[in-house]
Ligand binder design. Structure first.
Ligand SMILES: *Cc1c(COP(=O)(O)O)cnc(C)c1O
Length: 385
């Protein structure tokens, strides 16, 4: 990724805006699917990471399915041409309307998170004369050692069904005629950097597989969710996540039964690095013992730093200065949390300089909002520009 190629095009545009390099997206998808298919694995793109139609279209064409967490996501996936047989639907709080949307669409699987939810899906399916395919999202009680806001697999998190509930769950299946148990689902968190965590997950899956086997229950598939990390520190040097090591780890550790398929739900790792939030420096303000670089992009455009304390690499790509200085890089929104980074070393920066906030393709534009009545940032794409 060389910003110099785009400077002239960028300079004509109103900031802030999202910029997507579709070549990076394409290469990421190629790298991912090559490694995925080596083992005959199947993937559903986690749409919540980025539901920009242009991006979705490319992902749909690459042959991946869709992982949805709302009825509107299910509907969007179907409208975008994802085959219903490749659509899965997760979430702890599926409303009746959302469940009906998914039943009507004939999706592959509901990834279910509680006993009452499974009962409601059965009731609604019965009303509609359908049978719902259900996978159980199990809580493996693993700490993904990631940010506390994006870890989901510990027993105190709201997600998944704990082991001690499983007898009750099986009871529901024996009582209900419009649901079919087809697999197990896991998603332990996001931005998981430690491959040992995935190995621990597979060990837990092996344990659960034996549990079901002892009860004569055959599972058609195992879904291991998403969570592969991207490099937020050095994004331009490491555009692609270590997919090869990831799938190798899974393949080495996971014990499969005959005919079982393995599914994944990658989100961040597919789209983070192709997206950049491009902004202009409005002011350089002198503070007490520090300097603030005040951008025209704020937390309403990219909320991850404010919401999770996430850090994105910031790159001033128009400064001609040889000198560097340290800045707190902040936005214009009336919230102290509206800051992209503290003590960020940048080339000497002044009003009008353009900066790129990197790795903004995942959980960026899709979470943007109009707080302070600010406009939603537009999106531009390479190779269009
Ligand atoms: C968010 C989510 C994902 C994707 O996670 P990434 O860390 O973006 O890969 C996958 N599955 C489920 C159920 C999710 O909620």
């Amino acid at each position: 990724m060389q910003f110099t190629r785009f400077i002239n095009a960028f300079k004509r545009l109103e900031t802030p805006f999202y910029f997507y390099d579709l070549d990076i997206l394409d290469q990421t998808l190629r790298t991912y699917t090559r490694n995925l298919r080596k083992y005959g694995y199947i993937a559903h793109y986690a749409m919540k990471a980025n539901a920009n139609p242009r991006i979705l279209e490319i992902i749909q064409r690459s042959g991946l399915g869709a992982d949805c967490v709302s009825g509107n996501e299910v509907q969007l996936a179907l409208d975008m041409g994802f085959d219903p047989e490749t659509v899965v639907f997760a979430g702890v709080g599926k409303s009746d309307k959302e469940i009906r949307t998914a039943l009507q669409g004939g999706i592959f699987s509901f990834n279910c998170e509680s006993v009452p939810e499974i009962r409601i899906i059965n009731d609604l399916a019965a009303q509609m004369g359908k049978t719902a395919r259900i996978s159980l999202r199990l809580n493996p009680n693993i700490d993904a050692h990631t940010n506390k806001h994006i870890t989901t697999g510990r027993s105190r998190d709201k997600f998944g069904i704990s082991e001690w509930m499983l007898d009750d769950v099986l009871q529901v299946f024996s009582e209900c005629g419009n649901i079919k148990l087809i697999g197990l689902h896991f998603h332990i968190g996001s931005q998981v950097t430690d491959m040992n965590v995935f190995q621990m997950l597979c060990d837990k899956v092996n344990y659960f597989q034996r549990w079901f086997e002892q009860r004569d229950i055959r599972l058609e598939h195992i879904n291991l969710g998403g969570g592969v990390a991207v490099d937020y520190k050095n994004p331009l040097e490491n555009l692609y996540s270590p997919f090869e090591t990831y799938f190798e780890t899974i393949n080495r550790t996971l014990e499969l039964r005959k005919g079982q398929k393995v599914h994944f739900e990658p989100g961040r790792a597919l789209v983070a690095q192709c997206g950049f939030l491009i902004s202009r420096v409005l002011y350089v303000k002198i503070g007490k013992g520090k300097k603030f670089a005040i951008l025209d992009a704020g937390m309403n455009d990219l909320i991850r730093p404010a919401l999770y304390g996430a850090r994105h690499a910031v790159c001033n790509f128009t400064s001609a200065s040889e000198k560097t200085e340290v800045y707190d890089v902040v936005g214009p929104v009336c919230e102290s949390a509206d800051r992209f980074g503290l003590s960020v070393r940048l080339p000497e920066t002044s009003r009008g300089d353009m900066v790129a906030i990197c790795s903004a393709g995942a959980y960026g534009q899709v979470m943007s909002m109009r707080y302070n009545q600010r406009e939603l940032a537009q999106a531009y794409y390479s190779p269009d520009l």
